[in-house]
Design a binder for this molecule. Sequence first.
Ligand code: PLP
Length: 240
Amino acid sequence: MTDPTAVSPSARRDEIAANLADVRKRIDAACAAAGRVPGEVTLIAVTKTFPASDVRLLAGLGVTEVAENRDQDAAPKAGECRDLPLTWHFVGQLQTNKVRSVASYAGVVESVDRSKLVRALSAAALREERTLRCLVQVGLDEREGRGGAAPADVPALADEIAGAQGLELGGVMAVAPLGGDPVEAFTRLAEIAAGVRDSHPGAMAISAGMSGDLEAAIACGATHVRVGTALLGGRRAIVR
Ligand SMILES: *Cc1c(COP(=O)(O)O)cnc(C)c1O
């Protein structure tokens, strides 16, 4: 595993550039295999645990979407990268006391999984005078504490987001259950997404697929893939 602090900036840039080329190749191949146009799938770089300098390198390589899962790490990083043309996605479990901070830098909150959070995000968006795009995080495995609304609760939550001031319903997000069949999980997600689109035709986003399962997600209709490890390397400890 590579320690990003142990290599020179130009070596790190080369490493990330090579990883990015590989990931883009995988996305293109998965799109081709599924009969989809590569431009339909947006890459989101998950930069959690990696320093702002890596975010800067990614931006220099043309990445425009980045994701973080902890406000404590994301807020200072987004601050350091304020000058870059990036959209920040929040993808972690979110407590209502962090919502105000998240609303100050995030363009998209992908992990909306309960009504209380919808109300808090709406209030924060109004206070910040901006529109926050929200995805309903779908919990595909009840055994895990990874967050996500139960599939049966997704339509009502989508309605709440769509009706909330300051919020815009983007679609759905999910993480495939550990050890399960990702195609099965993402097929289920696609069905849930179609149900949401019946009532909200503009809610087209399906954020699914990570380093290990992006091909399965793209085969099942993902519009966004969230990739960390394959771009930046393994995560060992929190570095900033
Ligand atoms: C960390 C994370 C990812 C990226 O996972 P990798 O396996 O490193 O690509 C994607 N989505 C969420 C919600 C994450 O927390």
